[in-house]
Design a protein around this ligand. Structure first.
Ligand code: ADP
Ligand code: MG
Length: 384
């Protein structure tokens, strides 16, 4: 009898140890370690091996195209190994009217005299060499993709102070200025085109990081859309930590707001969700925030506080108490709160279903561009 009891005790101890070791093993083997084990030849300078909170759940990597850049040569993604040729062809262009301007540039329509084509010239005012190289590297990777602006060359001449990038001319206006409101078909069509461009860029390992009305031009006659301004785009590497000073406030996804730095392509999906929200509600911008805290308030008002707390818990994100105490407990908005007299025909259940699958706190749960393209909302567009 004693022997049986003793054996049972030993068995119990063995099982408990086994379970404990599984737990321990799980904790000590986050995605990143598994990933590095499977990819022993990774250039380690692109990974941060150690972080303050070294636990599995704090890490996350893109659900799609995680390795898109891993087989590339350094000269294809690393500005330190990239050089470009500045063509001395500025005199071939005849500058015409101004098309727009941004933080780093002024853009003009220009006649390319040798071909007779009208193009767009982006004069890079006070743009760092680093930024120019990054934009060129990204443009090289994504050229030829659907609804991606075509890039021709980077030019200068002896007398010009700044270099200029030459692009195809995107006819029309930025999407938020082009029309006050869009029909359901137009929204579906334009949104689908944005997702096509994003899926293409993501498949090439590029995050745009500044999707917003001003960087999307629509030709309402041809119903053709172009995604431009790849100036702050970046190459995605799993677990790499990126700068959170990207994106425009209104379009900033939650991960930037709470300073999660290993973000991924899903950043663009949140921003695209904001653009969808703008079109559905004829309201620009969708989250009209005064500052980051106000933005968080607007997000939690829209998506509900519980979802936000679940998100913080999952990624073990600690927020400053000052921030938390400003957040009131709220339920997510219901359809009846979202529709107004102008939009009931646009804010359908299917449209809202898509919107709430793009604007998700947890970046891992957001639809990817390709998944969004498969959404029922686009059934009538997909096979056009
Ligand atoms: N290829 C283009 N065709 C037509 N308009 C353009 C083109 N490129 C830029 N623009 C216009 O110029 C503005 C600024 O260009 P953008 O590339 O966004 O520069 P920045 O990096 O300074 O924001 C855009 O919002 C758009 O209105
Ligand atoms: Mg811009």
């Amino acid at each position: 009898m004693k022997i049986i009891k003793f054996s049972l005790l030993i068995l119990c101890i063995f099982i408990i140890c086994k379970l404990a070791s599984v737990n321990l093993h799980d904790k000590e083997s986050p995605d990143m370690i598994r990933y590095l084990k499977n990819n022993p030849n990774e250039p380690d300078n692109i990974f941060r091996l150690y972080r303050r909170d070294f636990c599995a759940k704090a890490f996350s990597r893109s659900r799609v195209y995680p390795n898109a850049n891993l087989k590339k040569r350094k000269s294809e993604y690393d500005i330190k190994h990239f050089s470009y040729q500045l063509n001395d062809t500025l005199d071939d262009y005849l500058l015409k009217e101004k098309l727009g301007s941004g933080r780093f540039s002024i853009v003009y329509k220009a006649l390319h005299q040798p071909t007779g084509e009208t193009r767009a010239i982006k004069i890079l005012v006070d743009t760092s060499e680093r930024k120019i190289k990054r934009e060129l590297l990204a443009l090289n990777q994504i050229q030829g993709g659907p609804n991606v602006i075509k890039f021709y060359e980077i030019i200068s001449n002896k007398s010009s102070k700044y270099p200029s990038m030459v692009f195809e001319l995107a006819e029309g206006l930025p999407i938020h200025k082009s029309q006050k409101s869009y029909t359901e078909f137009e929204i579906k069509n334009y949104m689908y085109q944005i997702l096509q461009a994003l899926d293409h860029a993501h498949s090439k390992g590029i995050m745009h990081r500044d999707i917003k009305g001003g960087n999307i031009v629509v030709d309402t006659e041809k119903k053709q859309l172009k995604v431009l301004d790849w100036g702050i785009s970046e190459f995605y590497f799993p677990y790499k930590e990126y700068d959170h000073h990207v994106a425009t406030l209104y379009y900033m996804p939650p991960e930037l707001l709470v300073r999660v730095k290993d973000y991924d392509y899903s950043l663009d999906i949140w921003m695209a969700g904001c653009v969808l929200g703008e079109m559905l509600l004829s309201k620009h911008p969708f989250f009209k925030a005064k500052d980051e805290r106000h933005l968080l308030k607007l997000m939690t008002k829209f998506l509900g506080t519980q979802e936000f707390y679940k998100y913080l818990k999952k990624y073990r994100i600690e927020l400053n108490y000052d921030w938390i105490k400003k957040i009131k407990i709220r339920e997510p908005l219901a359809r009846s709160d979202i529709i107004n007299e102008r939009n009931p025909h646009l804010v359908t259940d299917t449209a809202l279903d898509l919107l709430f699958k793009l604007l998700v706190f947890d970046k891992e749960k957001r639809l990817t561009a390709r998944e969004a393209m498969e959404h029922q909302y686009f059934d009538e567009i997909r096979n056009l």
